[in-house]
Write a protein that binds this ligand. Structure first.
Ligand code: FEO
Length: 170
C-alpha cells in the first residue's frame, strides 16, 4: 500500500504530467497557426504522450491502494516568439519534471517502496530520452538561426519524428 507521502507526491506528479500535456497542446496549436505543420504534429504527439504518462501514474496509484486525484490544470501561455522558444520552453519543463521524478525516487527509496521505485525508474529513462531529444532539436535550431529554408527542412524532419512516435505507440 502506498504511504500518504508517496500518494501525495504521485498526485502532484499527475498534475505535472497533465500540465505538460496541456502545454504541448498549446505549443502545437501555435506551430499549426504559424505554418509549421511538422513541428505541430510533433507537439501534438508529445501532448498525447504526456497524457499517457499521467495515466500510467494514475492507474498505478489506484492499483496500489492509493487514491488518484483527477487533476485541475492551469491554462498555459498561447503565444510564443518563435519555434526556438517553443523548444526552449519544452526542455525547461522537462527538466522540472526530471527533478520531480528524481525526488519521488528518493522518497520511494527512503521507504523501501520497490514498486514505486520500479515505476520511477521507467520515468527516469523516459526523461533522459525526452531531454536529449529536445536538446538535439535546440542545437539544430541554433545552427539554422532564422534561415527560412533551414526552418522549412527542420519542420519536415519534425513531421517524420511525429510519425515515428505514432508508429511506436501502435
Ligand atoms: Fe512526462 Fe515529458 O514528462
Amino acid at each position: 500500500m502506498l504511504s500518504s507521502t508517496l500518494n501525495k507526491a504521485l498526485n502532484d506528479q499527475i498534475v505535472m504530467e497533465a500540465y505538460a500535456s496541456s502545454y504541448y497542446l498549446s505549443l502545437a496549436s501555435w506551430c499549426d497557426q504559424k505554418g509549421f505543420p511538422g513541428t505541430a504534429a510533433f507537439f501534438y504527439a508529445q501532448a498525447e504522450e504526456e497524457r499517457e504518462h499521467m495515466m500510467k501514474i494514475f492507474m498505478f496509484v489506484n492499483e496500489n491502494e492509493g487514491q488518484a486525484i483527477s487533476p485541475g490544470v492551469n491554462e498555459p501561455p498561447a503565444d510564443f516568439e518563435n519555434v526556438g522558444q517553443c523548444f526552449e520552453i519544452a526542455l525547461g519543463h522537462e527538466k522540472k519534471v526530471t527533478a520531480s521524478i528524481n525526488n519521488i525516487m528518493k522518497l520511494a527509496r527512503e521507504e523501501n517502496d520497490f514498486r514505486t521505485m520500479n515505476l520511477m525508474q521507467w520515468f527516469v529513462d523516459e526523461q533522459l530520452e525526452e531531454e536529449t531529444q529536445m536538446q538535439l532539436i535546440i542545437d539544430k535550431l541554433k545552427l539554422i538561426g532564422d534561415n527560412g529554408v533551414g526552418l522549412y527542412m527542420l519542420d519536415g524532419e519534425m513531421a517524420e519524428r511525429a510519425a515515428t512516435k505514432e508508429e511506436e505507440e501502435e
